[in-house]
Design a protein around this ligand. Structure first.
Ligand code: HEM
Length: 498
């Protein structure tokens, strides 16, 4: 009998998976002392995957309403997530990485090494985002705005007096990817449609692959073997190298022959990475640039889509934004300094983050050792923790009329306080977790806020925006923890006559 014949092979694989699952289930942290919201077992959650994926925000809201000052847990397909109340934020934010790990939590979701080629111990690009990218925003502002203007012209391409109906997600993705890549890899690559398409479509593939790796494979050893077949990392990287490889080679050549400075030396993210001399391999540099795109493009474009949808829903707000932009630009021009004076534009985007958001849960961490929270709750090693960000942002104990989109609520808060900087978009407070909280707060937020404010200000100055006629589709889709604008949603643009 041929042991490798199909039925035997399938039976052996199934048996191996059952054994692996049993071991995994036995090794799960014991969380019996923490109340459950939603499905009462991980196994049950398998049978209700649709509910779990689509209605996760409802389960979390139910838990938040029931245990506002307490903890609860919610089933994921492979593990429990313990949701903490806001009194634990400071503690979690201060905890060292070897107690509560951001990277391990992110790796559990994204399987970073297999899907993006990122080793979680080697993240030097984060300090470049924190320091050089953020510091360079004033100097590079003219380039950033130039890219936004050119991209907007190209993608909207509207004649005077014509209302054009366009997918808001499509426009936002093009604008965010162009703007980001102008800063990441510079001209002309930032305008190459194939390079942009690779970076725009990649997250969808990565998320699908990570989901398969996460749900289907339970052992690290199996992960390694199967990851080669399940993730298309090498395919993506090869494709990326065809675009970025020649650019990297040319720059390395300059560095070899002319040292650290040469006439026309680019001032962009890729060059800052090369300047560190940490890596010269085309593969790893390409993977790093792709990973930064992965973190930056969809977060920025989804926020822009959500903001444009609000603008289209309430066109009356455009006038208030326009007046502010006009006044500021007449005094400061289109500059980074001027942008900091646009309080209403800033507030509009921050309110969008509060009202819509990009994730049901925020500030996710994995317990790397047994810990006891200040209220005495015991958290065993291996537990995943998070905060119910979406529910917290809509809590009437924190915000007045939280279910209303009030675009200028943060500008009004700033005006009431003399300084008011804690209400600007980039400020991080326990009241708004859109950029996270604590040690791992998003380092790209200064860049993202600068780009988003410029995009919104540019759109209101040049275009009228309103809803299309087809409103049968929901504007927002919920998929697991992710909150995303519906790619089918369209809005109408018309060029303004000045
Ligand atoms: C509106 C746009 C953005 C949003 C809403 C956003 C949101 C976030 C959030 C929630 C986190 C996790 C923080 C935590 O758990 O405490 C994060 C981390 C991160 N973000 Fe962003 N992000 C945005 C744009 C960007 C951009 C443009 C970049 C790159 C230029 C970027 C790079 C990163 C990186 C590298 C991390 C990991 C930080 C670490 O490991 O310490 N993000 N972001």
């Amino acid at each position: 009998m041929d042991f490798l014949s199909t039925p035997y092979l399938v039976a052996t694989i199934c048996a191996a998976l059952v054994v692996a699952c049993s071991f995994k289930l036995l090794r799960r942290p014991n969380l019996h002392h923490i109340p459950i919201v939603g499905h009462s077992s991980l196994l049950a959650s398998y049978w209700f995957t649709k509910g779990l994926e689509v209605d996760r925000h409802r389960f979390v809201q139910e838990g938040y309403d029931k245990y506002k000052s307490g903890v609860f847990r919610i089933a994921n397909l492979t593990h429990w997530v313990v949701c903490l109340d806001r009194s634990h934020l400071e503690h979690v934010a201060r905890a060292p990485e070897d107690h509560l790990s951001f990277m391990e939590a992110a790796d559990n979701i994204m399987k970073l090494e297999y899907t993006l080629g990122l080793k979680i111990s080697d993240n030097y690009h984060i300090s470049i985002i924190q320091s050089t990218l953020t510091r360079s925003l004033s100097v590079l502002y003219a380039d950033m705005r130039d890219e936004i203007v050119v991209a907007c012209n190209e993608y909207l391409d509207i004649k005077h007096n014509e209302w054009k109906t366009i997918s808001v997600v499509h426009v936002a993705l093009q604008m965010a990817s162009r703007t980001s890549n102008r800063m990441f890899v510079g001209l002309p690559l930032c305008r190459d449609p194939d390079w942009l398409e690779l970076n725009i479509n990649l997250p969808g593939a990565v998320v699908d692959e990570a989901r398969i790796l996460r749900y289907a494979l339970l052992y690290a050893e199996v992960d390694r073997l199967a990851a080669k077949f399940l993730a298309n990392l090498s395919g993506r990287t090869c494709r990326g190298v065809t675009f970025l490889g020649p650019v990297i080679k040319e720059r390395l050549q300059h560095m070899e022959t002319e040292g650290t400075n040469w006439y026309g030396k680019p001032n962009d993210f890729l060059q800052w990475c090369l300047d560190t001399k940490r890596e010269t391999s085309l593969t790893s540099l390409t993977q790093r640039i792709i990973a930064v795109n992965f973190g930056g493009i969809h977060t920025t474009s989804n926020t822009l889509s959500q903001a444009l949808l609000h603008l289209a829903e309430h066109p009356r707000h455009a006038q208030a934004l326009r007046e502010e932009v006009e006044l500021v630009v007449s005094k400061y021009g289109w500059t980074k300094e001027g942008l900091s004076k646009m309080r209403k534009v800033d507030s509009f985007l921050k309110e969008t983050q509060r009202f819509d958001g990009l994730a049901v849960l925020g500030v996710s961490r994995k317990a790397m050792s047994d810990i006891t929270l200040p209220d005495g709750t015991f958290i065993p090693q291996g537990t995943f923790l998070a905060f119910p960000a979406y529910a917290m942002h809509r809590d009437d104990a924190v915000y007045e009329n939280p279910k209303e989109f009030e675009p200028f609520r943060f500008a009004e808060m700033r005006n009431k306080e003399s300084e008011g900087s804690r209400h600007q978009m980039v400020a991080v407070t326990p009241d708004l977790l859109s950029f996270g909280f604590g040690k791992h707060t998003c380092p790209g937020r200064f860049f993202a806020a600068t780009a988003l404010k410029t995009m919104l200000a540019h759109v209101v100055m040049l275009y009228d925006v309103k809803r299309g006629n087809d409103e049968s589709q929901p504007d927002t889709l919920y998929a697991g923890d992710a909150i995303v604008p519906n790619p089918m949603t369209k809005i109408m643009f018309r060029k303004r006559v000045n």
